[in-house]
Design a protein around this ligand. Structure first.
Ligand SMILES: *[C@@H]1O[C@H](CO)[C@@H](O)[C@H](O)[C@H]1NC(C)=O
Ligand SMILES: *[C@@H]1O[C@H](CO)[C@@H](O)[C@H](O)[C@H]1NC(C)=O
Ligand SMILES: [Fe+2]
Length: 436
């Protein structure tokens, strides 16, 4: 008893010394998982409404109903309550041990006008929602936040994103942190609905989406059922990798947790997708995946090396402007890099796995800071990528400092097409794309 007390006193003393010696701002603790009030709904009432781009001028509306007979149509129009069009969709559901999902509806609407507000209703039931379609041309703004989860900090991040003007939300993996507890996918869906029903959420999978149980449950069962992305529209056979184009930007979503070697389906699809990219039409090329390749945080150190070894030569030859990754719960931005060092014709890598999940921040870094690492900080926050025109984009990172969105890092990024790098790369790219 007494030794315990002494130990405690010594520990407290040590802690207070380290606290006074430390001069830098001390990051707040992770916040608790939110407990949304259980809000019973009419069985046919749409829940967890979210939208995603589904090919040129189309949008996929996804929602869940408890009623397994509820229909999958969406009515929509450009003025409130006046639905001039409607579309019929598909539905799915899944079982996970003792959990049975609701009916998960996916309905594609369109063709839609660019930069236009539409009002819509799901399955003829419940409230009216509104969405805004992305612009046809620059400028276009992406909000970026990975590793979201559903804690108090997630809510703060989402509130800050809500305050900014953006067209599309990009999420480089780790959505709900349901971690096998399937009802948490439902609470996550409810948490994000106010934002995700209004702007397209384009997501790719992280490790927390996997949720496989050997011999019983396949990987990504829940994720694929709930967060259907435009893989068919982009010639992919898997929801784990796909691409889309918006206002002069070609965005490629890759999967860190599916095969990526040169003989894999993902790699073949990626080559086919790159061969279709026309840099006159889409001067910007952006890639997302979950596990960062350039990471100077102790957390998940080296985990991206296998994928980097397999895919970086093609990434470089294709002239990818920007990579957005998650997984590490901190923020880091690199110089243009290739093969482990700065290269003026390389890619800027940004790790933004700091959405606010229950696991907290990754605070330990490698020292010295690698030459390619320009900015790193372990705080929750979100990013904004404003692509102004074919040559200039403004990137900013907003830290959730004491609940205020503080713009902490900002930089102009110029596109590779304006650098003269692409002409030199063309030969290398053709060579890789021609290899069967
Ligand atoms: C379920 O949906 C069907 C089709 O809309 C409807 O006829 C039925 O009354 C609904 N059941 C419940 C319990 O709401
Ligand atoms: C693109 O935007 C940048 C930053 O606003 C500006 O300096 C540049 O002149 C623009 N270029 C073109 C071609 O409009
Ligand atoms: Fe992760």
């Amino acid at each position: 008893m007494e030794t315990k007390l002494i130990l405690l006193t010594v520990l407290t003393a040590l802690l207070s010394i380290s606290a006074t010696v430390r001069t830098e701002y001390i990051r707040p603790q992770p916040r608790k998982t939110l407990h949304l009030p259980w809000n019973p709904k009419h069985p046919s009432q749409p829940q967890q409404v979210h939208i995603s781009l589904a090919g040129e001028k189309h949008m996929r509306i996804s929602w869940v109903t408890d009623n397994k007979s509820a229909p999958s149509f969406v009515e929509y129009g450009t003025s409130p309550g006046r639905y001039t069009s409607s579309a019929e969709g598909e539905s799915t559901s899944y079982s996970y041990l003792f959990y049975n999902s609701g009916k998960i509806h996916h309905t594609v609407i369109g063709p839609l006008e660019h930069g236009t507000v539409y009002f819509y209703r799901c399955g003829g039931q419940g409230p009216e929602f509104q969405l805004k379609t992305p612009p046809a041309q620059f400028p276009v703004t992406f909000a970026v936040a990975g590793d979201l989860g559903q804690t108090g900090w997630t809510k703060t991040t989402l509130d800050h994103i809500d305050q900014c003007k953006y067209d599309i939300h990009l999420l480089p993996g780790d959505l709900s942190y349901a971690d096998y507890m399937q009802h948490r996918w439902d609470t996550f869906g409810e948490l994000v609905q106010p934002l995700a029903s209004a702007r397209p959420w384009m997501v790719t999978e992280g490790n927390h989406e996997k949720e496989n149980i050997p011999l019983l449950i396949n990987a990504f069962e829940s994720y694929n059922a709930r967060w259907k992305m435009p893989f068919e529209e982009s010639g992919s056979t898997s929801n784990l990798y796909y691409s889309f184009e918006v206002a002069g930007v070609h965005v490629i979503m890759l999967g860190s947790y599916t095969d990526y070697d040169e003989l894999s389906d993902q790699y073949s699809w990626w080559k086919a997708d790159l061969s279709k990219v026309d840099r006159k039409k889409t001067p910007w090329l952006v890639v997302l995946f979950h596990v960062p390749w350039y990471n100077s945080n102790n957390a998940h150190q080296g985990e991206g090396n296998g994928m980097m070894a397999a895919m970086e030569p093609l990434l470089y030859a294709a002239g990818v402007d920007l990579v957005l990754a998650g997984h590490v719960h901190a923020y880091e931005r690199t110089n243009r890099v290739n093969k482990g060092k700065s290269d003026p014709c390389g890619t800027v890598h940004i790790t933004i796995g700091d959405g606010g999940n229950k696991e907290g921040l990754a605070q330990k870094y490698l020292h010295p800071q690698p030459e390619w690492s320009l900015f790193r900080e372990a705080s929750f926050g979100h990013g904004e990528l404003n692509i102004v025109n074919s040559t200039h984009a403004f990137w900013s990172w907003h830290r959730n400092d004491d609940d205020e969105p503080v713009r902490s890092d900002q930089v102009w990024i110029t596109s590779l097409i304006s650098s003269g790098c692409l002409a030199e790369k063309n030969y290398e790219l053709r060579k890789i794309l021609m290899t069967p």
